[in-house]
Design a protein. Structure first.
Length: 179
């Protein structure tokens, strides 16, 4: 018998001063059995850092048609394609042809994530942005995960301040180009 996804709930107070986004969110995040806690934390952070009208989690970790997080406009068109982890160049190429903007959030070494894309055909590669966090930040957040989580997320001048279940963490949000 296959084990199903585990649901984690996040009650989030979001204050992204860099973008002028302030909101209270309640997120139900399904963690697939093959998904690590670090990946799920990164996916949740990507959702919050990209929060906009029309944002939603993708169909799942095994979906080839959707990214981990996406934003659709009122017509249903994908406007932002947000990958998490270390997507391959084919996914980036596909996503960048569908969406106006593409971003990758990774909990891994960004240089190692970007290196395999060198010389590969990726539509509009110069516009793709890769975001990473300081060493150990995502792992520290994953270590205090619970099934029900309370999270305060503040972003100012590309510095992220996170209080997750009473544990205060901070990290710069590093932005990298791929070309």
């Amino acid at each position: 018998m296959a084990i199903g996804a585990m649901i984690h709930t996040f009650t989030v107070q979001l204050a992204d001063m860099d973008r002028g986004v302030y909101d209270d969110l309640t997120l139900r995040v399904a963690r697939h059995p093959s998904e690590t806690d670090a990946y799920m934390v990164t996916r949740t952070l990507a959702y919050c850092l990209e929060y906009a009208e029309g944002i939603t989690f993708g169909a799942g970790i095994s979906s080839t048609e959707e990214p981990a997080v996406l934003v659709r406009d009122l017509t249903g068109k994908i406007t932002v394609w947000i990958e998490v982890g270390a997507p391959d160049s084919d996914r980036l190429h596909y996503g960048s042809k569908l969406a106006d903007r593409i971003a990758v959030y990774t909990h891994r070494d960004p240089a190692k994530v970007i290196a395999p894309w060198a010389g590969k055909r990726i539509h509009n590669a110069e516009a793709i942005r890769v975001f990473s966090f300081g060493p150990g930040f995502v792992d520290a957040a994953a270590a205090v995960l619970e099934r029900r989580n309370t999270m305060t997320l503040t972003v100012t001048e590309q510095q992220l301040y996170l209080d997750l279940n009473g544990t205060a963490l901070s990290s710069a949000v590093h932005e990298h180009g791929i070309v």
